[in-house]
Design a binder for this molecule. Structure first.
Ligand code: CP
Ligand code: NVA
Length: 308
């Protein structure tokens, strides 16, 4: 059987993704009840990080430890990849030793090249273009707190970045309406928007995006690698802060999510992220549970994902 990767949400079927979310909720309950489950005994994950991380690193390392396996943190500072060893060679070597590889890097094409040469599943832990693991946690969080996301209205406010692109993929796979409010010049990938058909709409006015929304979400104005654009971006995004006035345009039962790290006073007001509509800490914890379900799906061929 061909090795399965998770580079974008389109690498799993819609049925598999729904089953994965249900499984993540089960694994969370099992973990909270103190139940042990070690399907990855003696299995090893390689973790290649070319950008910083708190949540992604800790959630994957913890997931592997809970599952009875092990994770190896690799950074360009202390691997030959950082000294110019080709990504194809690194992929061939690592995938003869470890059972799964997680990569956080800049160009999505580099991740794709790694996957093309890997004998084991490769997981996208964030590229400049996508952050699919985060969407698993986001959908799990919404599902737990508000029920199924299918058919709901989601508002994305701000930069058309990697997270926004993955929200577009999620709108297709989980079948919800996504309204994106981004300033001119910062819209998401137009090919992704076009491929999403009628489910995704672009507007300029954040209030229009948020009107009646069941979920409001945003992200930093300058992503990793864009630090030098911070000042220009702060100007362009000045009217795109998610504050209490904006949240008041949404559905009364709206949920606020943010992948974190957040910049209070920039993309989100402190009253919102620290207020009762926000579920960002649950969302962060759910990285652990949803990625456990992802690892189980990719490495264990579980019956809960069969025939999807
Ligand atoms: N949300 C997220 O991916 O966080 P980290 O950058 O801390 O991994
Ligand atoms: N868009 C952000 C997400 C961080 C988790 C970045 O790429 O820096």
């Amino acid at each position: 059987m061909a090795v399965r990767h998770f580079l974008t949400l389109h690498d799993l079927s819609s049925g598999e993704l729904h089953a994965l979310i249900a499984r993540a909720i089960e694994l969370k309950a099992l973990w909270r009840s103190g139940g042990g489950f070690e399907p990855l005994k003696n299995r090893v994950m390689g973790m290649l990080f070319e950008k910083s991380s708190t949540r992604t690193r800790v959630s994957f390392e913890t997931a592997m430890a809970h599952f009875g396996g092990h994770a190896i943190f690799l950074s360009p500072r202390d691997t030959q990849l950082g000294r110019g060893e080709p990504v194809e060679d690194t992929a061939r070597v690592l995938s003869r030793m470890v059972d799964v590889v997680m990569i956080r890097t800049f160009e999505h094409a580099k991740l794709q090249r790694f996957a093309d040469f890997s004998r084991v599943p490769v997981i996208n832990a964030l590229t400049d273009d996508h952050h699919p693991c985060q969407l698993l946690a986001d959908v799990q969080t919404f599902t737990e707190l508000r029920g199924a996301i299918t058919g709901r209205r989601v508002a994305w406010i701000g930069d058309g970045n990697n997270m926004c692109n993955s929200y577009i993929d999620a709108a297709c796979q989980f079948d919800f309406e996504l309204v994106i409010a981004a300033p001119e010049g910062y819209e998401p990938n137009p090919a992704l928007v076009a491929a999403a058909g009628g489910r995704v709409h672009l507007v300029r006015d954040p209030r229009e995006a948020v009107a009646g929304a069941h979920l409001v979400t945003t992200d930093v104005w300058a992503s990793m690698g864009q630090e030098e654009e911070q000042a220009a971006r702060a100007k362009a995004f000045a009217n795109y802060q998610v504050d209490m006035a904006l949240m008041a345009c949404a559905d009364p039962n709206v949920l606020f999510l943010h992948c974190l790290p957040a910049h209070r006073g920039e993309e989100v007001a402190a009253e919102v992220i620290d207020g009762p509509q926000s579920a960002v800490w649950e969302q962060a914890e759910n990285r652990l549970h949803s990625q456990k379900a992802l690892l189980e799906l990719l490495l264990c061929d579980p019956s809960w994902a069969a025939d999807r």
